[in-house]
Design a protein around this ligand. Structure first.
Ligand code: T46
Length: 183
């Protein structure tokens, strides 16, 4: 595995090795030993799978407050997505800055999103499937959300947005009272 730094500290692109033969492909999604130098503390508590039927749909932007703040490792298993992380760490020099990457079933890339970031994605094809590894179990009480179309973030989604959940549509817009996540 190779780890590529993004412009936002600790937000990493993880390049897995695609082993191909006449039957198809094999890739190791996670390995404690290979991640030890970067994050020796990583322990996955919950692994989720989501399926998004329609191109243009956006899920997010989601995060969890402490003590349920979570790191996530994301891999696109089917289709293609534009995956976005927003730095919400209180005091971060890149506070409220976002970084997006394209992940797809044909790409060896995964997105390692540390605690204190919001996460969301847009389906760039129909029938997208994602695998999420989380270091903390989902906690409705600690869940926070930002609007995918918040002008303060100005996330450049590649396609017109076709579908957003009721919950995500009603996430709060950022204002001066939002100080971020204290980790
Ligand atoms: C995460 C989770 C959700 N749920 C329930 C809550 C809702 O009734 C339903 C769907 O939840 P939600 O609308 O939050 O799911 P997504 O919008 O796909 O959120 C996911 O996609 C965005 C981009 C993320 O970053 C989140 O980590 C990830 O959960 O499953 C559970 O029962 N258990 C769980 O662990």
């Amino acid at each position: 595995m190779k780890f590529h730094q993004t412009p936002l500290a600790d937000l990493m692109l993880v390049e897995t090795t695609l082993i191909q033969d006449e039957r198809g492909q094999f890739a190791r999604a996670f390995c404690e030993t290979e991640f030890a130098a970067l994050r020796p503390d990583l322990h996955w508590t919950q692994i989720n799978i989501s399926r998004t039927y329609r191109q243009g749909s956006v899920r997010g932007m989601h995060f969890q407050y402490p003590p349920a703040a979570e790191a996530k490792l994301i891999r696109c298993l089917r289709g293609k997505i534009f995956d976005v992380a927003v730095d919400l760490r209180a005091g971060s020099p890149t506070f409220l800055q976002w970084h997006g990457v394209e992940l797809s079933e044909d790409s060896p890339m995964q997105f390692l999103i540390p605690e204190g970031f919001a996460h969301g994605f847009q389906a760039l094809t129909d029938d997208v499937q994602l695998l999420y590894m989380h270091t903390t179990a989902w906690s409705r009480e600690h869940e926070g959300g930002l609007r995918h179309d918040d002008p303060s973030l100005a996330i450049a989604w590649p396609l017109p947005v076709t579908q957003v959940s009721e919950k995500d549509r009603h996430a709060p817009l950022l204002d001066e009272t939002f100080v971020g996540v204290h980790l």
